[in-house]
Design a protein around this ligand. Structure first.
Ligand code: UD1
Length: 420
């Protein structure tokens, strides 16, 4: 077990290079099931979630290996159409194998993911979507058992745009008979990259980047290669780290367009933002202004940046109100931030953050990926020493975060510990 030990008070400076996007790869890797053959993904980050997805594909009989930043997948050796509980419980995104297995092999047995650290996360859209595509689905012994001789094009309209369900249905529809219309689809860049990748494989998809995706099913797809887009949430987290520390940093290898909502909120908070083609420079103000916001689907402010924003607002000169409209229970970081001296009250899905507090180092515990990121941000400015326990959560989605922060001047060490 590792923990991070942080000495607060250093203003970050310098530049940091952003890694490939976790949430893109977690959709791209299962897409390889759709066509037996060899695939290469460049700009692959070394993350626990990528390892978990690799392991899942290996358990299904596929060849997966990472050399440097290049991920090789050989999907031709697949011999098991199942995502077992042992894999799915580690990572909900395992459900992404459902659509491709069903479309390519006519059957899938995928463990139900259950809840997650911050509350219930249903998969009804995935299941209903597959049913509408003609699959026969039952739930038995905690597993989704899906069968279909051949999926058939249909019209699917989500009540709320879902990233995972849009991705899963896109993959399934790519090999279905006829046309599938997905309305109120997710427009997140990771879904757009998946759609572009499927097109490279030979899929016929129209409306990429819009709420209305039209997929004309094809008989077969072929293997393709791709470089993963940069991780916009990692980028946003580093920008927040620069701002909370009162520093000036440049993040490199990012797509500024993917961060519009975050950049606009940082500017409202008083930061000076300079955008170039693939880099963003952030200069902190003397004092941060409080900025209230509500998370929303892309291009709105991402729920995956909510915890980091709350940490940042602890240092703003005034009160801000942060609402999570996507995941209403996602506030496990708040009691831990309060242990560091923050003054945050949560009612339902709304956090009221009273700023201008002097955070003071303490032992805190990671509960999930983005909660961990917010605790590290707070540790960067807390007086004295902060210990963040259970950092395996952060290793799910941030590549070598401590090394990248050290390069920016932060005093952060990864230390082995018996503590849990
Ligand atoms: C993905 C991201 C996650 C991010 C989230 C929202 C991956 C691997 N994970 O998760 O980091 O926080 O998008 O941007 O890409 N919903 C249902 N029924 C369903 C599916 C979703 O009601 O079957 C609801 C959810 O409870 C939530 C909303 O739809 O309120 C959006 O969730 P969704 O976009 O599906 O999140 P994930 O794909 O699980």
């Amino acid at each position: 077990m590792d923990k991070f030990v942080i000495q607060g008070g250093v203003k970050l400076s310098g530049d940091v290079t952003i890694s490939g996007a976790k949430n893109s790869l977690l959709a791209l890797m299962p897409a390889t099931i759709l066509s037996p053959g060899e695939f290469i993904f460049d700009n692959t980050p070394d993350l626990r979630d990528v390892n978990t997805m690799s392991r899942l594909l290996q358990v299904m009989g596929m060849g997966v290996s990472l050399s440097g930043k290049r991920l090789h997948i050989d999907s031709s050796t697949i011999n098991k159409y199942e995502a077992p509980y042992e894999q799915v419980k580690k990572m909900r995104a395992s459900i992404y194998v459902l659509g491709p297995l069903l479309a390519r092999y006519g059957e899938a047995r995928v463990s139900l993911p259950g809840g997650c650290a911050w509350g219930p996360r249903p998969v009804n859209y995935h299941i209903e979507g597959m049913k509408k595509l003609g699959a026969d689905i039952s739930i038995e012994h905690g597993y989704i058992i899906a069968k279909a001789k051949k999926l058939k094009g249909t019209r699917i309209s989500f009540d709320t745009p879902s990233v995972g369900a849009t991705g899963n249905i896109l993959m399934a529809a790519a090999l279905a008979d006829g046309t599938t219309l997905i309305e109120n689809a997710a427009m997140e860049p990771e879904i757009n990259q998946l759609a572009q990748f499927l097109k490279k494989m030979g899929a016929k998809i129209h409306g990429i980047g819009t709420k209305r995706l039209e997929v004309d099913g094809v008989e077969e797809l072929k293997p393709a290669n791709l470089a993963t887009i940069p991780d916009r949430i990692e980028a946003g987290t580093f920008l927040a780290a620069g701002a909370i520390s009162g520093g000036a940093i440049t993040i490199k290898n990012c797509i500024p367009d993917h961060l519009s909502a975050v950049l606009s909120k940082l500017e409202q908070a008083g930061c000076t933002i300079t955008v170039e083609r693939s880099s963003i420079k952030l200069e902190s103000p003397e004092a941060l202004e409080p900025v209230s916001l509500a998370t929303d689907v892309y291009p709105g402010f991402p729920t995956d940046m909510q915890a980091q924003w709350i940490a940042l607002m602890c240092r703003a000169a005034g009160t801000s109100v942060i609402t999570d409209s996507i995941f209403v229970d996602r506030f496990k970081h708040v009691p831990e931030l309060n242990r560091l001296g923050a003054n945050i009250n949560v009612e339902e899905n709304v956090a009221v953050v009273r700023g201008s507090v002097n955070l003071k180092g303490a032992k805190v515990m990671s509960t999930d990926l983005r909660a961990s990121a917010s605790l590290i941000l707070a540790g960067l400015v807390a007086e004295g020493e902060t210990e963040v326990l259970r950092v395996y959560h952060i290793d799910r989605g941030y590549e070598s975060i401590e090394k990248k922060l050290q390069k920016l001047g932060a005093q952060i060490e990864r230390v082995k510990t018996e503590e849990f």
